[in-house]
Write a protein that binds this ligand. Structure first.
Ligand code: SF4
Ligand code: SF4
Length: 342
């Protein structure tokens, strides 16, 4: 038999347990019903977008840091730096063999592998200030800086060493027999060299008026390195290259707008080619220069590409009259009959 007190106490215990169990069940069932009522994306739990509009996946992507950007371009930067060192060593040593190695590297690496040349398109980009984004084009900026700095310091070193097309035509020049050449008379050379300034001025004017960059295809042949040409363009290039067999560096001397722009800049050249006083009458260098850049004692800075041909001659003690005269004088004073008598 159950005592009333015990029975009451027992009833009271059951009631409390029942209440606790009911509360627990109601909490659980409330949770289940809330999660069932919400869609998978749970929009209510997300913060409201800052502004209305489209949200693309790549907008949420993390911007790569400088280290990642630079390391992705490290190989290009390293290879161009190595090329720059080769070009400068060949220039300072006045070595023909090293110059030819530089030409091959310019054609193969900068030309066919990278298609990285200074172009009229870059001059258009200067005009409307739409240069490549710096951090994604480090190798191009290295090339552009090398070109500008070397032009101000020494002249058109870019044309004489770095430009792939110039390197290609100078390599052609090295293998084609000299007797096939037609030497343009200096009087015509002077006038014809002005054409490239007209091409530069005309192209910039055309771009300012039309904003059409595609004109580059018809005034420079650099697209050949990426094989992007129509039948008409390839035909024009073939004619140009055949003409270059007979007239040395035809495009560079008379037609290239980039060469014209660098020619204008090279009037600021700091380190100029040395001349002896004998250069006033001697014509040896004038005949040696394949770029028509020497007129009598004067070097025309805008036409000179620092090819070294005349500088090698200046240093040749067997050919340059400056050294021959010095040697004769010293031989004469060394003769016993020339010695003073006492
Ligand atoms: S003149 Fe023009 S094509 Fe010739 S080497 Fe200079 S930039 Fe290149
Ligand atoms: S021969 Fe002399 S003047 Fe002529 S392009 Fe070469 S470095 Fe310049």
């Amino acid at each position: 038999m159950i005592e009333p007190a015990q029975g009451f106490r027992g009833h009271k215990k059951i009631s409390i347990a029942t209440l606790l169990l009911a509360a627990l069940l109601s909490i659980l069932s409330a949770r289940v019903s809330v999660s069932a009522a919400q869609p998978a994306a749970q929009p209510a739990a997300q913060p409201a977008p800052a502004s209305p509009g489209w949200e693309f996946e790549d907008e949420a992507e993390r911007e790569p840091g400088w280290r990642e950007i630079a390391s992705a371009q490290a190989l290009d930067l390293g290879l161009f730096a190595a090329f720059g060192v080769l070009a400068m060593v060949s220039f300072f040593r006045k070595s023909v063999a090293l110059k030819h190695v530089t030409f091959v590297a310019a054609v193969v690496y900068l030309g066919f592998a990278k298609s990285q040349l200074i172009s009229i398109v870059n001059i258009f980009a200067l005009v409307d200030w739409s240069l490549p984004i710096f951090k994604y084009s480090l190798a191009w900026y290295l090339l552009a800086t090398f070109t500008l700095v070397s032009t101000v310091l020494w002249g058109r070193l870019y044309c004489g060493r770095v430009c792939s097309f110039g390197a290609l035509t100078q390599l052609l020049d090295a293998v084609i027999p000299a007797k096939w050449r037609y030497d343009v008379p200096l009087r015509i050379e002077r006038r014809a060299s002005l054409i490239k300034y007209a091409v530069l001025g005309g192209a910039i004017l055309y771009f300012v008026v039309t904003r059409d960059r595609m004109i580059y295809r018809y005034i420079e042949p650099f697209w050949m390195f990426s094989f992007h040409g129509s039948a008409v363009m390839w035909t024009g290039l073939a004619v140009l290259l055949v003409a270059t067999v007979f007239v040395r560096n035809l495009y560079c001397r008379f037609l290239c707008p980039v060469g014209a722009a660098l020619g204008l800049l090279s009037n600021l050249t700091v380190f100029r080619i040395k001349r002896w006083k004998e250069c006033n009458t001697c014509k040896l260098c004038e005949k040696t220069c394949q770029w028509g850049a020497i007129v009598g004692p004067k070097i025309i800075k805008s036409e000179c590409v620092r090819c070294d041909d005349c500088e090698r001659l200046y240093m040749d003690q067997k050919k340059c009259p400056h050294w021959i005269i010095i040697k004769r004088r010293s031989d004469f004073t060394a003769r016993p009959s020339a010695a003073p008598t006492t």
